[in-house]
Ligand binder design. Structure first.
Ligand code: SF4
Length: 385
């Protein structure tokens, strides 16, 4: 209410005396996720007696996916495309929900062939569709689309499928891969190596010697904004070097990044968290969630950071089970809560995490501080200030 335009990214502080939490100004469910969950529950309500499938995980959050499963929804495939239910088992009377990430044109076509009405419960987020539209415009203008995204992520696969249907496209995971692609632009690397370097990540008929002369960059909506910016700047400068500043527009489409508002707000709010005098950071979310991993990456710049799926991973005041985004393994750390008069904790979550999970983390940690000010008192004070 005090920030109707949501331009204030200052963290909120919940001070309980011996422990204080700095909460990001923006965190948790985004428009796209809320919309997708609402449509999924509606699909169940409107179709009693019919089988309701989700193409893959609705969002990257195990709690939400388990709840949907418990209500009877079945998943057709895993997030990496591994099939749980063969297409042949899908029948015309079945309901198939398309997740917020969207899906590929090939999968849509398969579902149509099975007689499924793909449009009926399509929860593709409008911000993802915006990226598809941007790619289409780039392709129409004759640019090759460079997609900054995680190659196996559903959203990136969907974006690639849509952009490749309009023009030549290639996926780069990060700046290192962008620079490798750049070596084909400058001719430093033999063209034939492109096909192994970027295997399964380029569109059909891609010829590096021809299709890297005019490029534009779009991104998976949940990447790190700064990294996409770096990648776009890298290609811009490279094109100036190769073709001259006067010919830049011919060779580089100056698109601004295609992050969605939620990713943007969450990342901005996280940057502000980095300025707080906290002892540690806890980030709550699904381990395969792209936007949450990026928030973890940012927090790690300033704090010992613990990425957890729920409060259950806090085993005791001294032991926490968490996920290491670099090794992609779970690990156990001891002594995560420092022994000091006042412990300050940064707490935030990704766009696919229900707020109740963050509440439960606060309650769990508070249970280790019996002398802490009661929650109701702190909340009341927050509301009156
Ligand atoms: S993170 Fe952004 S693009 Fe993805 S579902 Fe949420 S609002 Fe849509």
């Amino acid at each position: 209410m005090r920030d109707p335009r949501k331009q204030d990214f200052t963290p909120s502080c919940l001070d309980f005396g011996p422990v204080a939490f700095y909460l990001a100004r923006h965190f948790g469910f985004c428009y796209g996720v809320e919309n997708a969950i609402e449509i999924s529950y509606r699909a169940l309500d409107e179709n009693p007696g019919r089988r309701v499938f989700l193409l893959s995980q609705m969002i990257h959050n195990p709690e939400v996916n388990n709840d949907l499963r418990n209500r009877g929804i079945k998943f057709i495939m895993d997030t990496d495309g591994t099939q749980f239910i063969p297409w042949e088992e899908i029948l015309p009377d079945d309901i198939v929900i398309i997740p917020a990430f969207g899906t590929t044109l090939e999968i849509e076509e398969r579902l149509r062939q099975r007689g499924v009405q793909v449009e009926q419960y399509n929860t593709t987020c409008p911000f993802v569709e915006k990226v598809w539209n941007r790619s289409e415009k780039l392709a129409d203008a004759g640019y090759t689309i460079i997609i900054h995204g995680r190659p196996r992520h559903e959203e990136t696969r969907a974006t690639f499928s849509h952009s490749a249907s309009h023009g030549q496209s290639v996926i780069v995971r990060d700046l290192t891969e962008a620079k490798r692609l750049g070596e084909y632009i400058t001719g430093q690397r033999p063209y034939h190596e492109f096909y192994t370097d970027f295997a399964q990540r380029y569109s059909e008929g891609f010829q590096p010697e021809k299709h890297l002369q005019r490029v534009g960059v779009v991104n998976q909506t949940t990447m790190l904004a700064t990294e996409t910016q770096e990648i776009a700047t890298y290609f811009r400068e490279l094109m100036i070097k190769v073709y001259g500043a006067e010919n830049l527009r011919e060779h580089f489409a100056d698109t601004r990044d295609t992050l969605c508002y939620a990713t943007n707000d969450n990342q901005e709010a996280t940057y502000r968290l980095l300025e707080t005098p906290a002892d540690l950071a806890i980030v709550v979310g699904g381990y395969n969630s792209s936007n949450t991993s990026h928030i973890v990456e940012l927090c790690e710049r300033a704090f010992n950071t613990y990425f957890i799926e729920s409060e259950r991973e806090i085993a005791s005041p001294s032991e926490i089970h968490h996920f290491n985004i670099h090794t992609r393994e779970r690990q156990v750390s001891t002594g995560f809560l420092p022994q000091k008069e006042k412990v300050r904790i940064v707490l935030t979550s990704g766009a696919s995490c229900p707020d109740t999970l963050v509440d439960r983390v606060i309650l769990k940690i508070l249970s280790y501080y019996p002398e802490a000010t009661p929650l109701a008192e702190v909340m009341q004070e927050m509301e009156t200030t």
